[in-house]
Design a protein around this ligand. Structure first.
Ligand code: UDP
Length: 317
């Protein structure tokens, strides 16, 4: 198949591209590089089955016939979407619509990268797909949360009214190599801080929880969903729940770092708890994650070590 991946230069988009190429497909990667990096695609420079177009999907596009569309373009870390608020709203609305129009035109399958942020600061725990969420529509996270919720509505509308063969994955916190070392997310911050001997910055008292999925598990779940006939949202995430303080201590243990833990203010509307109910993924996709947090952190260390000299270089400039 010739497959379109929007957001191909991002963390998940680039891993997805690799997995699709490994399955024998051709991939057309599209990205405007507002948060993604060509470094994530460097190793594909001589791959004839991969082509890349630098393009903002908020503008209509048509790069020829494709048989499947994976819509992964969006700023995704709280730091990035806060900086790029309007762009985040635009890619979740105009961008998703343009990607859906491509799928409609070529009668291609469509999978949209949605998020656990659709549940907001959830009052139901763990989160099942039929929970409608608890989202502040005007708070600092709303540019991301409401963009993704609007995208879900658009995807379902294209499915219902235009018969596009759509799927929705709700992605929970995912980590691994190619997570940007400086995008402010908790795993990248803690690992980089630990490796550099800096204090680990726990926001709030660290009692808020997250459930971390290693990237290869996440991609496996996404590919299984793409081959399924599930049109309703499916949670793909690791149900092992950690407090952020436990996470910090685990990073210290795995890295052998003697860094200290310090506490800083909790960001506004930071969800207090998050854990996927993956019954649907288990039942319909035969999927569950295999890699626990400690193993996944060990698998990620080499990548983060390699990024340190780069960060030092950037700091000098
Ligand atoms: N967090 C933290 N220290 C950091 C970065 C994040 O304590 O240096 C916390 C953050 O407040 C949140 C959790 O870790 O409770 C996960 O944050 P992240 O930005 O990775 O993603 P989120 O799940 O909030 O979208």
């Amino acid at each position: 198949m010739r497959i379109l991946v929007t957001g191909a230069a991002g963390f998940l988009g680039s891993h997805l591209t690799d997995a699709l190429l490994a399955d024998g497909h051709s991939v057309l990667g599209v990205d405007n590089l507002c948060t993604g990096s060509l470094r994530n695609l460097d190793h594909l420079r001589n791959e004839p089955r991969f082509e890349f177009r630098e393009h903002d999907i908020c503008l209509p596009f048509d790069f020829g016939k494709v048989e499947y569309v994976f819509n992964f373009a969006s700023p995704a870390s709280p730091q990035d979407y806060s900086r790029l608020g309007i762009e985040t709203l635009a890619v979740g609305s105009d961008g998703t619509r343009n990607a859906l129009d491509v799928a409609h035109k070529y009668q291609a399958g469509f999978l949209h990268a949605s998020t656990s942020e659709c549940y907001g600061d959830p009052a139901v725990h763990p989160q099942t797909e039929d929970y409608w969420g608890n989202v502040n529509p005007i708070g600092p996270r709303s540019v991301y949360d409401e963009a993704k919720r609007f995208s879900e509505a658009l995807v379902m509308a294209y499915h219902r009214y235009r018969k596009v063969d759509t799927r929705l994955v709700r992605i929970f916190n995912t980590y691994g190599p190619r997570l940007q070392a400086n995008d402010g997310r908790v795993i990248s911050n803690f690992v980089v801080q630990a490796l550099q001997g800096q204090d680990l910055t726990v926001y709030g008292d660290g009692s808020q929880t997250r459930s971390f999925c290693y990237v290869s598990d996440e991609i496996d779940g996404i590919l299984r969903l793409s081959r399924s006939d599930q049109h309703l949202p499916v949670n793909i995430g690791n149900p092992n729940e950690w407090t952020i303080l436990e996470c910090a201590k685990t990073v210290l243990r795995i890295t052998g770092s003697s860094s200290k833990i310090i506490f800083s203010p909790l960001p506004v509307d930071d969800p207090m708890q998050r854990k996927p109910d993956i019954t649907r993924a288990r039942k319909f996709l035969g999927w569950e994650p295999k890699i626990d947090l400690e193993t996944g952190l060990k698998l990620s260390l080499e990548y983060f070590r390699e990024t340190l000299p780069l960060r030092a270089g950037l700091a000098e400039k």
